[in-house]
Design a protein around this ligand. Structure first.
Ligand SMILES: O=C(O)c1cccc(O)c1O
Ligand SMILES: [Fe+2]
Length: 297
């Protein structure tokens, strides 16, 4: 089993690099880490050099990356994946440099998602310089699409140290690789892809301040503010350029007693299964006399 130590970055192709970078900095509140590289932009949320890299070219996710402990772990992972029948790409020194990692290997998961394993991801000592004070504290999780969520869980939990923290029927599986409720989620989708990238914010108020700010800017709010019953986080999903969905959330639970935790099974057909602030679907009251005094339908 390959031990993933953390999520590292998402690489995403963008047709309009400047627009994607402006949104990620001025709207989302990430830092654009300058470099001499042409056609690639590194976005920073925390101590990682970057957690999001936009690469000029065709729109769409290129790869989602996880860290392993060191070079030896990476070599073992490469061998393990090859033994399991995966074709493994070993990046060159330049591939590693543009990713700001010590070394990188890549492969396609059984569902067509390009995954990269890296070691020695560069950290930056200086404070993050956010493009806007959105309260982002860290890159929280990444969510992939796969046609069969149960199969995806089987893959990630047998090939790697991912454990199911909670299920939303056959629609989603939220998996942890450390104490955080989930760093990786898989949502059911007809095609491989990146469902969303999540950024944790410092305060509950940041979710709502960002909500107002995004509405003022005319950004499409996809869902929320709401509260996930799984991680307990208050969330807000919104749409960035070229189909990249961002999620702010605050208050993700940590699973500190590994032995005691049991995954829960939420029903995607239930309105509250992804947002516990949504009650059962209200049927319109057709008998006004049932309404409290002074309330009109
Ligand atoms: O945080 C969560 O619990 C969560 C649940 C469903 C979907 C998500 O994206 C989440 O982040
Ligand atoms: Fe999420």
């Amino acid at each position: 089993m390959i031990e993933l130590t953390d999520i590292a970055y998402v690489r995403s192709g963008v047709a309009d690099l400047d627009r994607a970078v402006r949104f990620a900095t001025e709207v989302v509140g990430l830092e654009h880490v300058g470099s001499d590289e042409v056609g690639v932009a590194h976005l920073r949320a925390d101590a990682r050099h970057h957690c999001l890299a936009f690469v000029e070219g065709a729109s769409g996710v290129i790869a989602s990356a996880f860290t392993v402990a060191d070079e030896d772990a990476l070599a073992l992972a490469e061998t393990e994946l090859e033994t399991r029948g995966f074709h493994v790409w070993r990046g060159t020194a330049e591939d590693a440099r543009t990713r700001r990692v010590g070394a990188v290997v890549g492969f396609d998961d059984p569902f067509g998602n390009r995954l990269e394993l890296v070691c020695a991801q560069q950290s930056l000592g200086r404070p993050v310089v956010p493009g806007r004070a959105s309260g982002i504290t860290e890159f929280g999780h990444l969510c992939l699409d796969a046609p069969d969520v149960a199969e995806a869980h089987r893959f990630f939990s047998t090939t790697f140290n991912a454990r199911a923290s909670d299920w939303i029927g056959d629609a989603a599986c939220l998996m942890r690789i450390d104490e955080v409720h989930h760093k990786l989620a898989v949502f059911r989708g007809d095609h491989p892809g990146l469902c969303h990238v999540n950024f944790q914010v410092a305060e509950l108020d940041d979710v709502f301040r960002n909500w107002h700010h995004l509405q003022d800017l005319g950004v499409e709010i996809e869902m929320g503010p709401g509260r996930h019953p799984q991680s307990g986080a208050v969330f807000l999903y919104f749409l960035g350029p070229e189909g990249l969905t961002y999620e702010y959330s605050y208050g993700v639970r940590r699973i500190t007693d590994e032995a005691a935790w049991r995954p829960r099974f939420f029903d995607p057909a239930e309105r509250g299964s992804i947002d516990m602030w949504l009650g059962p679907t209200q049927k319109p009251i057709t008998q006004p006399q049932l309404l409290p005094e002074g309330v009109r339908p």
